[in-house]
Design a binder for this molecule. Sequence first.
Ligand code: AMP
Length: 147
Amino acid sequence: MKQFSTILFANDFSEGSDYAFDYALSLAKQYSAKLVLVHVINEPVDLRGFYVPHISFENLEKEIAAGAEKMMDTFCSDHLKEFAPYEKFVLSGIPYDEIVKKADECGADLIVMGTHGRKGMDHILFGSTAERVVRGARIPVMTVRLP
Ligand code: AMP
C-alpha cells in the first residue's frame, strides 16, 4: 500500500494555500507523515541589481526575508500548535523551481498546494506555480481549488 511519509506544503500565505493547508495537515496526521512547509520569496533576475548595479538591494532583501520568516513563524504557531513533526523553509528564487528542488532534497513523497495564490503582478509575470510544479515534480502533486 502507498504511504506518504514526507508531505511538502507550498505556502504563499494566500487564501488558496490556506485552504489547501487543511488537506496537507489532515493527510500528514492520517499517514503520520512529516510536514515540510515551504515559502519562496519571488526573486526575479531583474531585481538583483543587474541593470542598476549602483543601487543596493541588500537592505531591502534583508527586510523582505525577515518579513517572510515572521509570516512563516506566525503561520506555524497559528496552525501547527498540536502537530510536532514539521519543518519550515523560507527560500529565495523562482517558486516552482524551489518547490520542486526542495521536494527532491527532503525526499518528499507528496506536494500539496493551492491552484491559485496571491494576486497581482506576480501572476501576470510568472504564470501558474501550480501548473509548473505539476509538470516538473517527479512525485504526486495534490492541487486544491478554493471553492
Ligand atoms: P499561483 O500559481 O501563484 O496562483 O499559486 C498556486 C499555489 O502555488 C499557491 O496556492 C501556493 O500553494 C503555491 N505558491 C505560489 N507561490 C508560492 C510561493 N512564492 N511560495 C510557496 N508556494 C507558492
